[in-house]
Design a binder for this molecule. Structure first.
Ligand code: GLV
Ligand code: MG
Length: 313
């Protein structure tokens, strides 16, 4: 397997991850002008089987000749149970590897599937003279087997940058009695996704990876999108997929701290720095108004301040 990619790569902003069908040049063009942190050009479910071959070349062209400034550039290939995966990876990475940040692998079921992609990427990088380890991997968890194996999956390759929840395929795979992706299934009085999201989040954080929530298909209902995204953000997820331009601003907002929280976090950091300094008496804790702060408060504040700084607050 590869040597580790830099930690900087792993912390790319991913509040909004825009899905773009790889077979649609008009959408590929439009996506370049949207303020999404990440785009992923899709060869999997948004591409009809007969369109996949052509879409590989359309994607290579869009990556090489489009203007993706400021965006993390990802291509979702087909999963290893199909016959498309290896040609997806070879065509896209040989053709546009210099202009590509990550490959997204859907329906990951075990660590070996990530290892197989890692090995293939290493061979292509060596053949093409690219830096080995340059291309990252995003792993989608979309069925029960993937969730049960998520800890091993998250530790399977130093190329991994994110673990992504794929609610639509997941709901189908466990026979959930609902047709509205991401919404609570009728008849269950609590949050049906809590366990899944937490399991993914714990595996991701154990390996210093980002955790990303998947799509919400009622694309005209931005308020419902905000609600679902807000649940994942509250738990600690880093971002969520967007399927429509109308969801982009909502995702960027929901996964950024509020101005009030950001300002508060910066005040905690300043106050803690002062109290631990020579001039502040080298104390381990201090009062900030009515709030006692200590090293753990500093860590919590760093998370919020870090997200705010990354969002340019
Ligand atoms: C995404 O791929 C999903 O299945 O939700
Ligand atoms: Mg899926």
């Amino acid at each position: 397997m590869t040597t580790p990619t830099s930690p900087v790569n792993r912390l790319r902003p991913r509040r909004s991850c825009l899905a773009v069908p790889g077979s649609n040049p008009r959408f590929l063009e439009k996506a370049q002008g949207l303020p999404a942190d990440q785009v992923f050009l899709d060869l999997e479910d948004a591409c009809a089987p007969l369109a996949k071959e052509g879409a590989r070349h359309t994607i290579v062209d869009a990556l090489n000749n489009g203007d993706w400034t400021g965006k993390t550039r990802v291509v979702r290939v087909n999963d290893w149970t199909t016959h498309w995966t290896y040609r997806d990876v070879i065509t896209v990475v040989e053709g546009a590897g210099q202009n590509l940040d990550c490959i997204m692998l859907p329906k990951v079921q075990d660590a070996q599937q990530v290892v197989a992609l890692d090995l293939l990427l290493t061979q292509i990088e060596k053949t093409m003279g690219f830096e080995v380890g340059k291309i990252g991997i995003e792993a989608q968890i979309e069925n029960a087997k993937g969730l049960v194996n998520v800890d091993a999956i998250a530790g399977a390759s130093p190329r991994l940058e994110t673990i992504i929840f794929g609610p639509a395929d997941f709901m189908a795979s466990i026979n959930m009695k609902s047709l509205v992706v991401g919404m609570q299934p009728p008849g269950y009085p609590a949050d049906a996704y809590h366990y899944i999201l937490m399991r993914i989040l714990m595996a991701a954080r154990t390996h210093d990876l980002q955790a990303i929530d998947g799509p919400f298909l009622q694309i005209r209902d931005v308020d419902a999108y905000r609600e679902v995204a807000g649940r994942a953000a509250a738990l600690g997820f880093d971002g969520k997929w967007v399927l429509h331009p109308g969801q982009v601003d909502a995702a960027n907002e929901v996964f950024s701290p509020s101005q009030e929280d950001y300002d508060h976090a910066e005040m905690i950091l300043d106050a803690y720095d002062w109290c631990t300094s020579e001039a502040g008496g080298k104390k381990g804790s201090a009062m900030l108004g009515d709030e006692m702060i200590d090293e753990a408060s500093r860590k919590m504040a760093l998370v919020i301040a870090g997200k705010g700084r990354a969002a340019g607050m």
